[in-house]
Design a protein around this ligand. Structure first.
Ligand code: TNX
Length: 707
């Protein structure tokens, strides 16, 4: 690929390593398994603004418990019915939903008459032995509060089959509201078609983490997924392909299907944003509507894996007119089916468009959108052209863009964002190296891409929308705070198959779209949901991974095929020091930079779990450990005194290569040289930082996750 975002990162060779072993498999090993603190009785994701444990027993649901709605409002009653249905399968209870004027005993009370200052989504939740009260200003806040209530019940409540056990709500007092009003997730149904049922399932999975926007990437080179009455060929021809597949007859949403999705989303207080991408990513349209091509000949439908291959013809007045009429027709119908405020008009990846052609597209697409009473949403590239004030741009840049800020070679993305800000745009943050759910977690991830690097869970969590368009030192946000509408996770589906490092073959294993979505989204979607919901001051990685771990059993109960990512203390597993591991701190891992030579210095690099970062930790007879690098076969060695580099050298059994590993807090390890007594220290958490040995100051850069 020739354009900026597709830079490769050549760091590691491919390998597959298991990091977290089930308890039974490790019981026989001598380990220094860390002693985890006793898990809290509940663990909430996203973290609420305030949360106070209440003494005494919790509230036990019984078949007689009623769901009491203190309102006649049909939406509020709808939330009550939703809650009753949610609890029914696992509990076997058919809880009555009752309209009340006063809160009764033995009830889950839903009160939508809370003060206005709770905002549309804020709520308070009080639970004690007498019952639960959720109060909000309207039904939407009740719905968000109900998601919190779910997490105060045992994990088994998420099961879709009857479970035994008691259904006690942890006693707690919560007061909560979101940091950002836009918290979205995007599904790429164009590259890989998601049937309606799988979209609905995903809506439920996302709603559980208070996601409130579903962005459907409905059109791309590989498929057109929404029926347009006036242009039946768009689906008759344009929907017959997916990435890797041809011959489809129903790989699109009829108007009725789309309405069903919109209605289902709305019942989960989720807004649908339809995307009609252009002027690039348009092969499916170009294959269906001849007049969109400069030679007026329809292209062949495309089922391949490339990007940046297509462009509407905007070279002359006639064709620009064709494109304008086409967009008017399409956007008119899509707008009619879409109650939400936004139409997303794409605008990404148009390597072949001249500025004039690009601007012609933007003019036509924005006019069609505004003409239908909708607000323009688009990828941040749209900022390069004139756009209506108040448009919503979706930033998908990465660290390399931030590094260019203020230099003489600012990246296109930086310039386009600046231009968007100058035109009074708002922004949704989807930085590809944090928020792209199609990026592999690490080298061993079977699906997805890694053009924006690997995105382990910590990377999806550890960033701040307020500074993500600023310099790497956290200053100089390009987008002012009040112009940041929120956050969106994006699940692209270009490579939704096993062995995605190369093109698929006839033997390739293609998971169901839902399985792909589950694996890539969990646990990262909940991490991003917390980025969008919780105050920055309430977020920290160590606390988050403990809370996240407690979600695992919920996903298991719900049948969500999540990735049991290393570094998260999932219940029922222990991390053992002995074995094959990455050695990480602050999102970077100890590695040898690919060197195989004796004496080369170890360093830190963004965690990718490649061979360079893979260490076999072996216990020695004196209780110390050696750490052998998979890539080089050499041992980590400390020589010299404080501040000296840690190097690799052929293993020799000397004290310089022996390490004492003792548990610190939060399942982290302190790794001290048996020779010097000094501890392994990362000079910083930046790529390329040195690994040194230093006296133990308790710094976070001296506490290592060995997992
Ligand atoms: C870039 S991100 C794209 C998509 C691909 C994605 C894959 C963006 C606006 N465009 O066309 O699906 O990379 O990661």
């Amino acid at each position: 690929m020739s354009w900026s975002h597709r830079r490769g990162r050549i760091l590691v060779a491919l390998t597959t390593v298991a990091f977290t072993l089930p308890l039974t498999a490790t019981a026989s090993q001598a380990t220094t398994a860390p002693s985890s603190p006793a898990p809290a009785p509940y663990a909430l994701v996203p973290q609420p603004v305030s949360e106070q444990a209440v003494g005494g027993p919790g509230f036990a649901l019984t078949p007689q418990t009623r769901i009491s709605v203190l309102s006649r409002d049909s939406q509020a009653i709808g939330v009550g019915t939703y809650l009753s249905k949610l609890l029914a399968p696992a509990t076997g209870y058919d809880l009555r939903v009752v309209k009340d004027t006063r809160a009764p005993k033995n009830a889950v009370v839903l009160d939508p008459n809370g003060p206005k200052n709770l905002g549309a989504e804020g709520y308070t939740l009080t639970s004690d032995k007498n019952g639960v009260v959720i109060r909000a200003h309207g039904a939407e806040g009740l719905f968000r509060g109900v998601q919190t209530l779910r997490q105060l019940l045992p994990a088994a409540v998420e099961s879709r089959t009857r479970q035994t056990g008691s259904w006690t709500v942890s006693p707690v007092q919560i007061s909560d509201s979101p940091r950002y009003e836009y918290r979205g997730v995007m599904l790429d149904v164009a590259r890989r078609f998601f049937p309606v049922d799988q979209v609905k399932r995903y809506i439920d999975e996302a709603a559980a983490y208070k996601i409130n926007t579903l962005h459907l990437h409905l059109t791309d080179d590989q498929g057109w997924r929404i029926a347009i009455d006036a242009l039946p060929d768009l689906t008759r021809i344009g929907a017959t392909t997916q990435s890797g597949f041809t011959g489809g007859t129903d790989w699109y949403y009829t108007a009725a299907d789309y309405k069903e999705i919109v209605a289902y989303a709305s019942s989960r207080f989720m807004t649908v944003v339809p995307e009609i991408d252009g002027p690039g990513h348009t092969d499916a349209a170009l294959a269906s509507v001849p007049g969109l091509n400069c030679d007026n000949k329809a292209k062949a439908p495309y089922s391949g894996f490339d990007v940046g291959i297509s462009l509407y013809c905007l070279e002359d007045g006639t064709h620009t007119g064709n494109v304008r009429r086409f967009l008017n027709t399409v956007i008119k119908e899509v707008a009619k089916l879409t109650p939400g405020p936004y139409i997303h008009i794409g605008g990404d990846e148009t390597p072949d468009a001249t500025p004039e052609e690009y601007a012609a597209y933007v003019k036509a697409a924005t006019a069609a959108t505004v003409g239908r009473g909708k607000t323009v949403m688009a990828w941040h590239q749209l900022g390069q052209a004139p756009i209506p004030a108040g448009s919503l741009l979706q930033y998908w840049g990465e660290d390399d863009d931030r590094e260019s800020i203020g230099t003489s070679e600012e990246s296109d993305s930086v310039r386009f964002v600046r231009n968007g800000v100058a035109q009074d745009a708002k922004f949704v943050m989807s930085p590809s190296d944090h928020a792209y759910l199609d990026m592999k977690y690490d080298v061993s991830t079977p699906y997805g891409l890694s053009w924006s690097g690997y995105v382990p869970v910590q990377r999806s969590y550890d960033w701040d929308p307020a500074t993500i368009t600023g310099k790497m030192d956290g200053t100089g946000s390009l987008v002012p705070a009040k112009k940041i509408a929120g956050v969106e996770a994006a699940l692209w589906a270009d490579r939704a198959y096993e062995g995605s490092g190369s093109l698929p073959t006839p033997n390739t294993n293609w998971p169901a779209p839902q399985a792909y979505a589950d694996y890539m989204s969990f646990p990262r979607l909940p991490a991003l949901a917390e980025v969008g919901w919780s105050p920055q001051s309430a977020r920290d990685w160590n606390g988050f991974r403990q809370r996240l771990a407690q979600q695992g059993p919920r996903w298991t109960a719900a049948g969500i095929g999540y990735f049991a990512a290393p570094g998260i203390p999932w219940p029922g597993t222990v991390t053992t020091v002995e074995g094959v591991h990455a050695i990480e701190t602050g999102g970077v891992a100890l590695e040898n930079g690919g060197s195989t030579s004796d004496g080369s210095e170890l360093l830190l690099w963004a965690t990718n779990r490649g061979d360079n970062q893979t260490w076999t930790i072996a216990r020695q007879s004196d209780g110390t450990y050696t750490m052998t690098n998979k890539r080089s076969g050499k041992c980590a060695e400390a020589t010299g005194g404080a501040g000296a580099a840690v190097v690799q050298r052929a293993c020799n059994g000397q004290t310089g290569q022996r390490w004492k590993i003792t548990p610190g807090d939060n399942d982290q390890q302190i790794i001290a040289s048996a020779g010097s007594g000094l501890v392994l220290t990362a000079a910083s958490a930046a790529n390329g930082a040195k690994a040194t040995q230093q006296p133990d100051t308790g710094s976070a850069l001296q506490r290592w996750s060995v997992d």
